[in-house]
Write a protein that binds this ligand. Sequence first.
Ligand code: KMH
Ligand code: ZN
Length: 280
Amino acid sequence: MATASSATLITVAPTGAEHAKADVPQLPTTLDELVETAHTCEAAGAALIHLHIRDGEHRPTLDGGFLKAAVDALRSETDLIVQLSTGGSVHDPLEQRLTVLDAEPDSCSLTCGTTNFGDDVFLNPWGFMSDLYVQAQEREVVPEFELFELGHVHALRRLIDTHGLPFGGKVHVDFVLGVPGAMPGTAAALMAGVAMLPDEVTSWSATGIGRTHLPVLAAALSAGGHLRVGMEDNIVFARGQQVQHNSELVTRAAELATTMQRPPMSTADARELLGIKPRR
Ligand code: KMH
Ligand code: ZN
């Protein structure tokens, strides 16, 4: 592993809320599958895991028991930074999305505004973002700001101006590009977003949905950004070849980053980069 300054933070988002287990049986949805995925992806170079949890029927859930069990298991079985999604699925009520923090993750996602999401709308009104920001500060959870639109970059400015810096003092954002109806997964869109980032931002990563996965990865690496990969965002490894395991995506990202002289970051350096508090 390289030092924080020259290294690449690789996040794995293994499951998401959108793919059905029936359509993609290799999607990790059970706790055992998540732990195995986390182990393998950590060994392949991931330092952070972005989690959506499924219930006993493999459906997305925000049930506190399922969330806490996953956080505790990944904490005890791996050294990965454990980030819970507060985005959930487009069908989850805002109030329930706030309860994700009860599971005491190291980090939580915080999407900086409403966006088109395919045929649906992913709702993130100002009041929800603001409450989540403040509650994360109070509970010492480090938010990762998800940016699907250029307007979200400006909303992050408003959050920082209104509430001060997040817990940990660092500001890490993740561009999620290529969602149908939102910002496209192009190098030009990514560079427009990076150019607008508030001065307080200390690090940024990017992921591209579907066929934009590789172009966004390459653009982010070239521009000094960090990477997010995983089956939440992309289930096609190459033309005609489905991803069989999340570690395939992490391994490819780690190899490309290493080729670019920015090898995967250790979990310890990732904690420092993001301002995550040490484990008890
Ligand atoms: N599943 C999407 C509706 C997040 O994790 O915070 C929202 C999402 C973002 O995946
Ligand atoms: Zn997510």
